[in-house]
Design a binder for this molecule. Structure first.
Ligand SMILES: [Zn+2]
Length: 450
């Protein structure tokens, strides 16, 4: 300890103070905080020592221009922000004596895989963006400072998010350009998934946007983000003996755009997850017309479509209220009876009943219209409301899993008090969040691609 202490004191000026604090600390709290600071400084010390030791062993190589010998310019300082804190060290630098325009060459920098102008290490960028995925930029900056001792302003974290989010978008676009169904067909399905249920669905959620780019002024414009989920669900039994479906693998897609932009994104995820090989697959959605279009165009050949039962019940309730005057017992009974019939797979009986109501002479015209809308809605989805059969097959009857995906993907981060987004700022952060949930996050910080 004593030797380490002397060495650390010599090479890191802040260490003296941190050591004193550590020795004087009394309460557990003080000791924890002082130890944390000290551990970081010891970390920095070890890191810098090792970098400088390794530097001594590195050979300068030759000039990348003329392939001649390089000329030593001695040791020069270098500093980078890292997850351990700001670190500074000295390393050997070289120049070409023939004046080739190759700049200053530092073998140690190449060895460490850092670029000449790089101020921040991947370790801190990756972590700062991880914070910003879930928290506002201001708070991310504060937390990062507390944890690492490095002050990074919110704007810098914002820049890092843009950079990584942009890369995520570019990669997705490249994948969308190369959707290959034949290749997807050749990919084998993981053994564990073969007996599970593949669930696909989509829903829309509104987000508050700035009316014009680059300006915080003007009235908020609400735009719809379309969110899609492709998930493998496994049947589980709870402690109380209840059965439920738990996602064991999933892919989430989202787009701030129209349904045509949504389609290929969802289809790509469905192919990735093995829709072509799935033995049991369902599509879950509420009545949103655009999303059922996605189903009929892409998914219908592979999955059973299920209209969200709760949404159907809601519409049935609307019909009951219109016909039988609000909250009367008659209305309640009518609703309960028909809801039960639907649940029991007697949808034709329900349709017949609605048709009987529509044909009543004394029915007021507005009520008739509501009942006709209800009839058409159920009739159009007649194959998608066979709840008795769905239940028997172990399928979910509601699209709750899709709605909760919208909540945690969008609501949780993008709809805080006073939040308004620029299109770019929104898209970059959205794609970073998607990368996080789809397990591709860390690859966005690989340096080679930049
Ligand atoms: Zn040269």
């Amino acid at each position: 300890m004593c030797e380490l202490r002397n060495n650390i004191n010599e090479s890191i000026p802040e260490a003296q103070e941190a050591l004193e604090k550590w020795e004087q600390a009394q309460s557990l709290y003080e000791r924890v905080m002082a130890t944390w600071s000290l551990v970081r400084l010891i970390g920095i010390y070890l890191l810098v020592e090792k970098i400088q030791q390794d530097d001594l062993l590195l050979s300068p190589g030759v000039c990348p221009g003329c392939k001649g010998r390089l000329e030593s310019k001695g040791k020069k300082p270098r500093s980078v922000r890292t997850f351990l804190g700001n670190i500074q060290w000295k390393r050997k630098v070289y120049r070409c004596p023939q004046k080739c325009s190759v700049g200053q060459i530092a073998p140690s920098d190449q060895h460490l895989q850092i670029h000449p102008g790089q101020k921040s290490c991947r370790s801190i960028k990756e972590f700062a963006c991880m914070l910003a995925i879930s928290l506002p930029y201001e708070l991310s900056s504060t937390l990062l400072g507390l944890l690492t001792g490095v002050q990074v302003c919110p704007q810098t974290i914002w820049n890092w998010v843009q950079e990584a989010g942009k890369l995520a978008m570019l990669r997705l676009e490249a994948e969308l350009d190369n959707i290959n169904q034949e290749e997807a067909w050749k990919r084998p399905l993981c053994e564990d998934l073969k007996t599970q249920l593949l669930t696909i669905g989509g829903d829309g959620v509104m987000v508050p946007m700035r009316p014009e780019a680059g300006s915080p002024k003007g009235k908020t414009v609400w735009r719809e983000v379309k969110v899609g989920l492709v998930a493998w669900l496994k049947k589980q039994t709870s402690k109380t003996g209840k059965h439920y479906l738990r996602p064991i693998q999933r892919e989430v897609v989202a787009v701030l755009g129209d349904i045509e932009q949504f389609k290929p994104r969802l289809w790509l995820a469905a192919l990735n997850q093995g829709i072509l090989k799935a033995k049991r697959a369902v599509w879950l959605s509420d009545g949103g017309r655009g999303f059922w279009g996605v189903y009929s165009e892409y998914i219908a050949s592979y999955a059973t479509g299920i209209l969200d039962f709760y949404h159907v019940a809601q519409n049935l309730c609307k019909g009951a209220k219109a016909w039988l005057d609000g909250r009367t017992n008659k209305a309640k009974d009518w609703f309960a009876k028909n809801r039960r019939l639907l649940r029991q797979g007697q949808s034709q009986q329900v349709l017949d009943e609605i048709q009987r109501v529509i044909a009543l002479d004394e029915l007021p015209e507005p009520t008739r219209e509501i009942m006709i809308t209800l009839y058409n809605y159920l009739d159009k989805h007649i194959e998608h409301i066979d709840y008795k059969r769905f239940k028997k097959l172990g399928f979910p009857l509601g699209s709750g899993i899709i709605e909760s995906t919208c909540k945690w993907l969008i609501q949780q981060r993008f709809k805080g008090v006073g939040m308004r987004w620029s299109e770019e700022g929104f898209n970059h952060l959205l794609h970073l969040r998607l990368a996080w949930v789809n397990d591709t996050y860390f690859s966005l910080f690989d340096e080679e691609e930049k």
